[in-house]
Design a protein around this ligand. Structure first.
Ligand code: FAD
Ligand code: DHB
Length: 401
């Protein structure tokens, strides 16, 4: 394991989100040295409220690397979810259709568990690094450099993993002529709140409503997590708490059989929505993983799960390389990941188009949306396609092969 003063590490990791932290843990268990460089403070990354749904296999990966104990104690295992539309709420029985469920456990809790595990084993994370730069990715000795206070520091690496999210610097380190970008920006965002009130439903409710989409989720038996479709550049100042509750009551009230219980709003924020893929995910000795390479709209609850999928593929490839010199996993990394990523992109787009209000939609489109929801909640075949994607496609070989 590399200390913070090492001049060379096997794997230099940019970003301490779920992707970077898990990647630091997996090869570390195989004795491969890693260093993690993060732009923000520990308190910031541990308090950042984001995703909440872990696929069946994502939860298993966390157990496999020894950070699943608190998740298994405090997380909520869900065997179904609800789709609400046209005044009704219908259940998709994930477990009956797939034999699997999902784990509701906050991303920031996963981050806390991974940071604690790394620090406990003496692993280095440099927090609050500025001016992070990656150089010489086409050489055998790429360099990671950053500023810590007044001091400029650097390490050489065998490989660099760009796990620094959508706004990080890694993707831009790949020459523009090599990178191909596929993108769709949606004409709406989500306004998300965390509220001190018991969830009004034991399971998640995804609601399609004439006013726009709404989602009921939770973090614990006392804390609700709720989302509303809003403008992509919505000014949160225009949403006092009373207006948020009013909109949530209108969109979710019928689905919970009356009123949502209201409570203190602990946090609120707006997220814009896009579908985005950058190809290839490897150039020279730089590997992109997670949001650095791709973004999905959150309707399918897939972003963090995709990050974990990439990292699993990369960690295995690195382990094989260091154990036997076999480079095939590293060479195939981008292709292996992209096969799965595109399936997940399709699912996330499909859930988004089925559940949101698009201003340009005609009355025909609205009826078609309702027919799709009716079909997916009554046909076992259609419900199974939703369920098998929601609990997670297999991590290996891009899906069902
Ligand atoms: P990030 O978590 O973004 O981590 C990147 C890290 O790199 C950050 O810590 C950042 O500070 C750091 N960084 C950035 N730039 C630099 C730099 N130059 N140098 C060093 N460090 C840098 N996903 C799901 O799976 N399920 C869900 O239910 C879900 N719901 C979501 C709800 C919302 C409202 C949002 C916003 C997202 C949701 N997602 C969900 C998506 C999920 O949060 C992301 O896909 C996930 O965070 C990706 O992890 P990552 O490690 O790739 O990137
Ligand atoms: C949550 C977020 C999502 O994007 C989703 O699809 C389901 C749940 C959440 O934050 O709990």
């Amino acid at each position: 394991m590399a200390g913070p003063d090492a001049s060379h590490v096997q794997v230099g990791i940019v970003g301490a989100g779920p992707a970077g932290l898990l990647l630091a843990r997996l090869p570390d268990l195989a004795g491969i040295s890693c260093l993690v460089i993060e732009a923000r403070s520990r308190a910031h990354i541990e308090g950042r409220i984001r995703a909440g749904v872990l696929e069946h296999e994502t939860a298993q990966v966390l157990r496999d690397v020894g950070v699943g104990a608190r998740m298994d104690r405090e997380g909520l295992v869900h065997h179904g979810l609800h789709l609400a539309f046209d005044g009704e709420s219908r259940r998709i029985d994930l477990h009956a259709l797939t034999g699997k469920g999902v784990m509701v456990y906050g991303q920031h809790e996963v981050v806390k568990d991974l940071v604690a595990a790394r620090i406990e084993t003496g692993g280095a994370i440099v927090f609050e690094a500025t001016d992070v730069a990656i150089a010489d990715i086409e050489s055998a000795r790429p360099t990671l450099s950053w500023r810590e206070g007044e001091a400029r520091r650097s390490v050489t690496c065998d490989f660099v993993a760009g796990c620094d999210g959508f706004h990080g610097i890694s993707r831009g380190s790949i020459p523009a002529e090599v990178l191909r970008v596929f993108e769709r920006v949606y004409p709406f965002g989500w306004l998300g709140i965390l509220a001190r009130t018991p969830p009004a439903s034991e399971e998640l409710i995804y609601a399609r409503h004439e006013d726009g989409f709404a989602l009921l989720s939770m973090r614990s038996p006392e804390i609700s997590r709720l989302y509303l479709q809003c403008a992509p550049d919505e000014d949160i100042g225009r949403w006092p708490d009373a207006r948020i509750w009013e909109a949530l009551q209108a969109r979710l009230g019928a689905a919970v059989g009356g009123k949502l219980s209201e409570g203190e709003i602990l946090q609120k924020g707006v997220t814009a929505m896009r579908s985005f893929v950058a190809e290839p995910m490897r150039h020279g000795r730089l590997f992109l993983a997670g949001d650095a390479a791709h973004i999905v709209p959150p309707t399918g609850a897939k972003g963090m799960n995709l990050a974990v999928g990439d990292v699993r593929v990369l960690a295995r490839a690195l382990e094989r390389f260091y154990a036997s010199g076999d480079e095939s996993g590293l060479v195939g990394y981008s292709k292996t990941c992209l096969a799965r990523i595109w399936r997940v992109q399709r699912f996330s787009w499909w859930m988004t188009q089925m559940l949101h209000r698009f201003e340009e939609d005609t009355p025909f489109d609205r009826r078609r949306q309702l027919a799709e929801l009716d079909y997916v909640t009554t046909s076992p075949a259609a419900a199974t396609t939703l369920a098998e994607n929601y609990v997670g496609l297999p991590l290996d070989a891009g899906g069902h092969k």
